[in-house]
Design a protein around this ligand. Structure first.
Ligand code: NAD
Length: 320
């Protein structure tokens, strides 16, 4: 990775990844793009920034060529809950944007990364310790996009030799940029509300386990996978990676260690609950560990301490 183009760079992942990559590879070697013409944001002002709709193939090609890009990190997408509300838009954006980005990678011989998700699994997938290779029959538009995307990236590698790489991210928890409409967003909201009002109403039911990961581990995973020795990558495009398997009650218990009067109740959203029910309880990330050394540093305990500290600084509240 020498000259990196990021799509969807103003989102939950991109906003932090852009900054991290600029620190490592140099400010002018990371070109942030997003559909938002948000030129006043700190990210747009801290290095090269271009407004780009990933559905515009020619514009993406022109930007990549102008900046002599050799790596594309494609993040622009509609996430699970939003995609269920707007399935046709999700299909057009998630699949159209991906094929456009892959085409640019093919034509300019770029290395390529795009995330898949726990959403690539469905109700017939084994729920516990979900294997790397298993049944994938998702019932959401987002999941259908993610499985198709995994296959499309495999195709571009096998057919055209594009150096495609990818990981199935679990729900990501972070404090810099709010999440953009996923099913696991509750696991971020709960920290904000714990600090703001010591109370949270969860839209996901008690006992619903899903995989999660703290953002620093996700960013490191992207960089380590991109730098990994290609001869060792057997699965390449869709590595299961996880840091913890958690349910809402686990967050409540952990947060109460810091905010003893924190209370949580439930008002389950049937749409997001149905999506959550169709996803794994916990994934097996052995292949990622064996093939490129993936390991997560943050468990629920360590993540909660850090989240509450950083978020309370951000929100200017004091946590005991
Ligand atoms: P996000 O919703 O926070 O950000 C997406 C960004 O894409 C936004 O800044 C948005 O403005 C931009 N965008 C939307 N339409 C666009 C278009 N037509 N052209 C260009 N940009 C456009 O998403 P995120 O959480 O940063 O996720 C990035 C990727 O990671 C997605 O592929 C997502 O499916 C995947 N992922 C995320 C999570 C998670 O928990 N955040 C988990 C698994 C997988």
């Amino acid at each position: 990775m020498k000259k990196i183009l990021i799509t969807g760079a103003l989102g939950q992942i991109g906003s932090e990844l852009t900054q991290r990559l600029r620190n490592i590879y140099g400010i002018n070697n990371v070109i942030a793009t997003d559909i938002k013409s948000d030129t006043h944001s700190w990210l747009a002002q801290s290095g090269p920034y271009e407004t780009l709709d990933v559905q515009n193939a020619q514009a993406m090609f022109d930007i990549a060529k102008t900046y002599h890009v050799d790596t594309i990190i494609h993040l622009a997408a509609l996430l699970s809950a939003t995609a269920e509300a707007k399935p046709l838009l999700a299909w057009n954006l998630n699949m159209g944007g991906l094929v456009n980005a892959l085409e640019v990678a093919r034509e300019l011989q770029c290395q390529f990364f795009t995330p898949s998700s726990i959403g690539a699994f469905g109700p017939t997938t084994p729920k516990d310790n979900t294997p790397q290779i298993t049944i994938q029959r998702p019932i959401t538009m987002y999941g259908i996009n993610k499985v198709s995307g995994e296959l499309l990236c495999d195709y571009y590698f096998n057919k055209f030799g594009v150096d495609t790489r990818g990981a199935r991210f679990p729900g990501l928890i972070s404090y810099v940029t709010p999440p953009g409409g996923g099913t696991t967003d509750y696991a971020v909201d709960i920290y904000y509300e714990a600090i703001r009002q010591a109370h949270y109403t969860s839209y996901i039911a008690q006992g619903t386990y899903m995989d999660m990961m703290y953002m620093p581990d996700a960013l490191r995973a992207i960089m380590e996978l991109m730098e990994a020795d290609p001869s060792k990558l057997i699965h390449r495009n869709a590595f299961n990676i996880t840091a913890m398997s958690v349910q809402p009650e686990d967050f409540r218990v952990e947060i109460r260690k810091h905010i003893p009067n924190f209370k949580m109740d439930y008002n389950v959203d049937p749409v997001r609950q149905a999506i959550a029910n169709s996803w794994p309880n916990s994934m097996d990330s052995t292949a990622a560990t064996e093939e490129w050394g993936f390991s997560a540093e943050y468990d629920l305990f360590k993540m909660t301490s850090d989240m509450l500290e950083k978020l309370s600084e951000k929100l200017s509240h004091k946590v005991s």
